[in-house]
Every structure is written in C-alpha cells, then in structure tokens.
Design a protein around this ligand. Structure first.
Ligand code: GLU
Length: 421
C-alpha cells in the first residue's frame, strides 16, 4: 500500500496513547482505570523459521497483540510489512478496541504483524510463512477468542491459508476463526468493498452536517488499494464527487477536471499501480497538500504531521488508513476548522462487515450483498450520529468524541463484568 515515506521518528503507540489520554482526561477517569484500559492484555512474539525455495532456512519475526477482550473476542488484521514493530502492532490493536466499540460490534481489539516485505518472497514461501504463523498462534486464535483479518499487504488468499491451517489443527472446518476470506470458503459478500464504502458513508454524513455539497466536490485520495480505490470509485459514481488526485507506491497523478475512476481502476488492475495513467498527469508535489475539498489518506500511519498539517488545503480529512494523522497535526487541523473523520470511525466499515462475516459463518446462512450493505449503512450512521452528538455536547473534535464514546462503552462492560481476582 502507498505511503509518502512513513515518518520513522513518530511512534504510533505514543500517538494512540496521547489520543486516549486526551479523551480519558475529559471523562475524568482515575489513574488505575486509565492504566487498565490503555495497556494491552497480551502480546506474543514469534520466531518463525521457514524453509525457502533454495533450501536455506530464514527466521522471520511475528507479533500478535490482544489489546482488549472485554467486549468480546480480540479482533483485528494481520499486516505483512518490512518495517512493522511490536509498538506499531500494539497501537493498531488499541485502535481496534476503540473502533469496535465505536461501531458497537461485540469484539475487543487485536492486531498481528510479520516483519517481511512480501514482494521478496515466492508464492510458496509466502504460504509457508503464513501457515507457520497461523500454526504457532493456533492456541491464541479462535472464533471465541481472537479473530484475525486482512490488513496492509494481506488479503483473501492469506486468510484462506489461515482458515485452512487452523481447521487442520482443530480437525474440523472453522470458518469463523478469521474474516476477509474468499466467498467460496465462508467469506461475506461486500467485505472487500466494506472499508471504502464506510469511508464514503462517513464523508457523506460530515458533508451533510457542514452543508458542503458532495456533488462536484474535489477529492484527493492517498493510496489506491482496497480502501482508497473503492472509496474513490463510490464517491465518484454514487455521489458525483470529482477525484482530482491519487497516489500509490508506483507514483502520484492528478487531473483538476477529474480522473476517470473506472478507467483508472482498469489501468491499476493491468499495470499494478496508478503511474502512467493516460487520463492524468504525474504529480510532483505532495498529494496531502493538493488543492481539494476532501482528502482521504488511505495508506499508512504518520502521513499528516506537525510539519505538513498547515499546508493541508482540504476542509474534510477522511481517515481511510489507521493513524494517518499525528496528535500535533490534529491540533493544527482542529485550530483551522478542518473536519477530521477519525480512523476509528471512518474506516470501521471493514471490521463491521468482518463482524457480519463471523455472524454468517456461525449461522451457516449467507446474506445477499444488498443486505450486507444496508446493515453496514445502518451501523455506520448510528456510530456517526453517536459521535456527532458528543461533538455538539462536548464542543470537541470528532476524534476526541469518538474516543469518548468508545471508552465509555468499554468501561461499561468492565463495570458489568467486574474485576476477576
Ligand atoms: N484491518 C482492518 C482494520 O484495521 C480490518 C480488521 C478486521 O476486519 O478485523 O480495521
């Protein structure tokens, strides 16, 4: 997935904790409760030996962090990335806890990662590594304990391998152990588009609230994969927005009168990137600073920082990625009246449809895509309304409001369950 050079000096875990602390302070949480909600429940580090195609052995490092299991099984994706650290995974796991709580689905939060650039492995090496990781975590994963899903550089193929490995170990088919699977092996209709669809719904809601017409609005999208590509497509086709710039690992392109997204999707399918698209010109400057009404960062974390936030020209920032805006940037954007739709709300469409997939797996009965999309819209509109009501009441940003809603929901469950000791 695309990124304009992830800023290695910024630690996502510190950012996640700063966001949490600000909301917790507004809620007046005492120190012990704060500590309990902040810390991950469990973290594992795996050494994963894999026999490579040339017969040599390479040992990879894997992580799985369960941040919270209060509201239900830990839920969250697995990322394959050469730069992923335990702190990244811990931050992403915490964001999953708050995301599932804002979306009001019965899961806690978790995340996994393997330190690898998957492009350097053959298909068989990638399969062996994925299965080794899944086998190693077969006592951690489970439909009632910890349910992984795709994240950066993983998708349906890897989820099918994980489902199969877990099933082989449990001696029965266990579809509900992982979400984001191919349709043929227990996947849900609409899952692939769900995160992008959720972004589109949130953008629509915020535009309605601030009275900005979405029809004709200029949108810049950083990252043209499963999230950014789908969000761009839906915003253009269903809402009449104009996609004026986009980027991915291959490069960045723009067209002030609007890119033809259908043609661009076909170009990306054929050429594995947006670069070279005939309907646009190469963009030499940062896409984050492009002149637009709506900016959708849908790549990696730490993209909008204290350094570049003042140059963001959009009125709405819709976080398709996890953690794309640092707390310093948040302060600058908030001060300038920019509406930042926070990741834990804006990209919660993916995990919401993951929940629907898990439900369908457990029922053994599958919904039509329309039903999935209707239920997704219902969930997202509720979540957005709850957060907006908090913004109005507390006079705070959408991010702090989303955290406040989430923290209160997790706290309530702790209160009801009590402290086992
Ligand atoms: N990786 C996605 C996210 O960050 C989806 C997680 C899931 O479906 O469990 O929200």
């Amino acid at each position: 997935m695309a990124a304009e050079g992830v800023n290695a000096r910024l630690n996502p875990l510190e950012n996640a904790e700063r966001q949490f602390d600000e909301a917790a302070a507004r809620l007046g949480l005492d120190a012990g409760l704060k500590e309990m909600l902040k810390r991950p429940r469990r973290a594992t580090i795996q050494s994963l030996p894999v026999v490579m195609d040339d017969g040599t052995i390479r040992v990879f490092t894997g992580y799985r962090v369960q941040h919270s299991i209060a509201r239900g099984p830990a839920k969250g994706g697995i990322r394959f990335h050469q730069d992923v650290t335990l702190d990244d995974v811990a931050a992403l796991a915490a964001w999953m806890t708050w995301k599932c709580a804002v979306a009001d689905i019965p899961f806690g939060g978790g995340k996994g990662g393997i330190v690898v650039d998957p492009r350097t492995l053959s298909l068989r090496e990638l399969e062996r590594l994925t299965r080794r990781y899944a086998a190693d975590l077969s006592d951690v994963f489970g439909p009632d304990s910890d349910v992984p899903a795709p994240d950066v550089n993983t998708g349906e193929r890897e989820m099918a391998w994980i489902m199969d490995t877990f099933s082989m170990h449990s001696r029965r088919t266990e579809y509900a152990v992982v979400t984001g699977k191919p349709l043929e092996v227990g996947g849900s209709a609409g899952h692939r588009e769900a995160t992008g669809r959720g972004v589109r719904i949130c953008v629509e809601q915020v535009c309605r609230h601030i009275g900005m017409p979405l029809e004709g609005a200029r949108v810049a999208v950083q990252g043209f994969g499963n999230v950014g590509g789908v969000a761009a497509d839906l915003l253009a086709r269903e809402c009449g927005a104009r996609i004026v710039a986009t980027s991915d690992v291959s490069g960045a392109i723009h067209n002030a009168s609007g890119l033809d997204v259908t043609a661009l999707l076909a170009h990306v399918a054929a050429h594995k990137g947006v670069a070279g698209f005939a309907g646009g010109q190469p963009l030499g400057t940062s896409i984050l600073e492009y002149d637009c009404d709506i900016l959708v960062p849908a790549a990696l974390e730490n993209q909008i920082t204290g350094e570049n936030a003042a140059r963001v020209r959009a009125k709405v920032v819709a976080e398709g990625a996890n953690g794309p805006t640092t707390p310093d940037a948040d302060r600058i954007l908030d001060g300038r009246g920019v509406w930042v739709i926070p990741d834990i709300l804006c990209n919660s469409g993916g995990v919401t449809v993951s929940y629907f997939e898990w439900v369908q797996n457990r029922m053994g009965f599958y919904w039509m895509e329309d039903e999935v999309n209707i239920r997704l819209r219902e969930k997202m509109e509720h979540a957005f309304a709850d957060v907006l009501a908090t913004v109005v009441r507390e006079k705070c940003s959408l991010r702090i409001a989303a955290y406040m809603v989430a923290i209160q929901r997790v706290l309530k469950v702790h209160e009801l369950r009590g402290m086992y000791a």
